[in-house]
Ligand binder design. Structure first.
Ligand code: NAG
Ligand code: NAG
Ligand code: NAG
Ligand code: NAG
Ligand code: NAG
Ligand code: NAG
Ligand code: NAG
Ligand code: NAG
Ligand code: NAG
Ligand code: NAG
Ligand code: NAG
Ligand code: NAG
Length: 545
């Protein structure tokens, strides 16, 4: 809807013609046209389906009526670690379109041709084997050389201009993959439309290197192939992506692999403080789709461009009615994991007092973090004794936690989250598909503030997710950071009444890299044992709760 408006705007400014005729966006424009592709996960052995998938890549690119400047494909959909390919180095400066099979794998030659014939930048993610010897035999390379999860970027001429080898691996990837030693240097490239991009993959989003380091270097636009596994209460895909883009105030283009029965889905384009331009989660295993948006350059000066973006935000969806809310619209099509660390949080149930006169004010502290909650709410007249509702808990946490229940990290959190019952173990879960949920309360105002230790690097973000597994539009909350001598006061306020929230709060990531916990030194006995201890500790606590 808003894209249509934007195109009207472009038409009025005589740019529309250029966009549909496939002219590249000029370097002095306030915007560029970006696209992200959602694509199903591999189901059969990679070798058998790679050819077919490349064909589909081509069809998706050619099907777009508007020619984007840059397209991002998702993670791990082409080949696997049994069929790795050699990727040319950007310094080789070769056009690999129609290259001899003996020199470059057909993935590299075919994608180069697509990029050249359509005149677009294209990013794909592949399993790469480093050509570390002179052999032409890939089996020899696999036996002797490093294997990477790699992003490969082709420019409009079909030249590989960037090759980034994923730095932050997860789980069993540590057994099979190597990682780059110079993540920031590999992850940057320049374009002819005068945008410098950074790019990284999946888990990288949660770490200081390279993502946060690139932001600090002034990179404002990021490409992110992923196959994100959503986790409640804080790390569902679109929730995390908006939160990261918003708090860093950078553009983020996310292409997601669809495998909803394993919790994987989530594709979108996010424009920093302007929020979501496109965001989607799907329950359809086989869904493949190209999503396209005009993206404002970071320092877009044109008031008109910015105005349209604000319009797109406020028109996004009808506001829920303050006075009453019947059965909630819910999205249950992705199997969402629960973060078991919340069992370690200091929490308190949000009790609906019978008369609800006046706001609820509450402080919860954990270690050196104190969270202040101020909540105004009223009972939903449409809820009754027979309807099912979410329960809520206020929570504070400051300490060692994990992402996706496997990767340790230092976190600080002030939040309110939904539970399906009275007990903490029911939090971070949602009701099954088909259950009619009628909210018991309507939140008129929620204000959460916390005093977060000042420490570098650190990313404090507002986080929110509703029953559609979408974050709140950025104009429905207010976010303030105030620096004090040794802490940062973060302040998050809900501006519109809502009754469909699963999570609302402040999520602070203190990034473990460069500490004894750096997961790149797993073979270091001391850090390994501290991880093990932490896991044992978690198991114990869960057992007793
Ligand atoms: C490219 O962007 C830079 C700022 O990032 C700006 O100073 C420069 O003028 C731009 N170049 C063109 C050709 O517009
Ligand atoms: C590895 O590099 C050498 C020398 O550049 C080349 O002759 C050989 O074909 C490459 N091997 C593969 C499998 O691409
Ligand atoms: C490649 O090397 C492997 C083992 O070294 C061998 O079995 C295979 O036949 C070789 N393939 C080619 C095409 O030379
Ligand atoms: C790649 O990773 C494997 C498995 O962890 C390891 O044995 C090998 O030494 C690594 N190779 C390089 C070049 O780092
Ligand atoms: C954007 O503008 C701000 C101030 O207006 C400036 O500090 C910053 O360097 C600019 N960023 C870029 C990438 O040009
Ligand atoms: C919201 O409430 C107003 C009255 O306060 C009513 O006129 C309107 O129809 C309601 N909207 C919805 C979508 O229920
Ligand atoms: C919503 O309605 C309730 C009564 O139904 C009222 O107390 C509250 O102030 C209203 N909130 C807003 C923001 O209009
Ligand atoms: C409402 O409840 C609070 C405590 O839960 C009590 O102090 C207050 O007197 C009650 N107000 C009314 C009007 O019943
Ligand atoms: C309770 O509310 C639901 C949904 O609003 C409604 O369908 C049901 O008839 C109500 N039951 C009673 C006993 O009021
Ligand atoms: C936050 O506030 C609490 C209570 O006032 C205090 O004990 C704690 O030291 C503060 N934390 C920081 C990081 O300043
Ligand atoms: C913060 O600084 C104040 C004085 O500047 C000091 O009293 C307080 O203990 C410090 N708090 C922490 C958590 O370091
Ligand atoms: C948080 O923001 C609200 C609204 O802007 C303001 O009223 C409140 O005083 C702030 N709280 C703190 C602790 O700064």
């Amino acid at each position: 809807m808003w894209l249509y408006k934007f195109l009207l705007y472009l038409a009025c400014n005589n740019i529309y013609y250029a966009a549909v005729s496939g002219e590249p966006t000029p370097p002095d424009a306030d915007y560029y046209i970006g696209a992200v592709v959602e694509f199903p996960a591999r189901t059969i052995t990679a070798a058998a389906s790679t050819e077919e998938r490349l064909q589909q890549f081509g069809e998706l690119l050619e099907s777009s009526a508007i020619r984007p400047d840059i397209v991002v494909f998702p993670e791990d959909v082409l080949n696997d670690r049994d069929t790795p390919i050699v990727v040319p180095a950007p310094s080789d400066d070769v056009i690999t379109c129609n290259a001899d099979e003996a020199h470059y794998n057909y993935i590299i030659s075919r994608m180069s041709c697509y990029a050249r014939s359509l005149g677009i930048y294209v990013l794909i993610n592949v399993v790469e084997v480093h050509n570390c010897t002179q052999t032409q035999n890939v089996s020899d390379l696999v036996a002797n050389c490093a294997i990477y999860n790699a992003n490969v970027v082709f420019d409009r001429h079909g030249v590989v201009v960037s090759r980034y080898r994923k730095y932050n691996l997860i789980g069993s990837e540590w057994l099979y993959f190597n990682y780059t030693s110079q993540p920031e240097e590999e992850a940057i490239f320049h374009t002819d439309f005068n945008v410098t991009f950074g790019h990284f993959t999946r888990m990288d989003l949660l770490y200081a290197r390279p993502a946060q380091a690139l932001v600090q270097r002034g990179i404002t636009d990021f490409l992110h192939p992923s196959k994100w596994q959503s986790e409640l209460p804080f790390l569902t895909a679109v929730q995390l992506h908006q939160s990261w883009s918003f708090s860093n105030n950078v553009n983020l283009l996310v292409a997601g692999t669809n495998d909803p029965s394993n919790g994987r889905s989530g594709t979108g384009i996010y424009a920093g403080k302007y929020g979501v331009l496109i965001a989607t989660m799907t329950s359809v295993e086989k869904q493949s789709k190209l999503h396209l948006s005009v993206i404002p350059k970071h320092n877009a000066s044109s008031e008109k461009v910015l105005k349209i973006f604000k319009l797109s935000q406020s028109n996004r969806k009808a506001q829920p009615n303050n006075s009453s809310q019947s059965v909630l619209d819910r999205f249950t099509g992705v199997v969402v994991a629960r973060n078991n660390d919340i069992d370690l949080y200091v929490t308190q149930p949000l009790i609906g007092r019978t008369n609800m006169s006046g706001p609820l004010q509450q402080q919860l502290c954990h270690n050196d973090l104190c969270c202040n909650f101020y909540i105004e709410m009223h009972a939903n007249p449409l809820a009754n004794a027979t309807t099912l509702s979410y329960y809520y808990r206020l929570a504070a946490f400051r300490g060692m936690g994990t992402f996706l229940n496997t990767e340790p990290d230092e976190l600080a959190v002030c939040a309110i989250f939904a539970c399906t019952g009275d007990h903490l173990y029911t939090c971070g879960r949602i009701y099954e598909e088909g259950v009619s949920v009628v909210p018991r309360y309507i939140f008129d105002t929620i204000r959460i503030s916390g005093n977060f230790t000042r420490q570098r690097p650190c990313l404090l973000s507002p986080t929110s997710v509703d029953n559609l597994l979408m974050p709140l539009p950025v104009d429905e909350f207010e976010w303030q950071l105030q620096a004090h001598s040794n802490f940062t006061l973060a302040n998050l306020t809900l501006l519109q009444p809502r009754s469909d929230l699963l999570t609302f709060g402040i999520y602070g990531n203190y990034f473990l890299d460069d500490t004894i916990y750096d997961h790149h030194h797993k073979d270091d006995a001391s850090s390994l044992s501290s991880t093990m201890l932490l896991l044992l500790f978690l198991l114990n606590l869960q057992f007793y709760l």
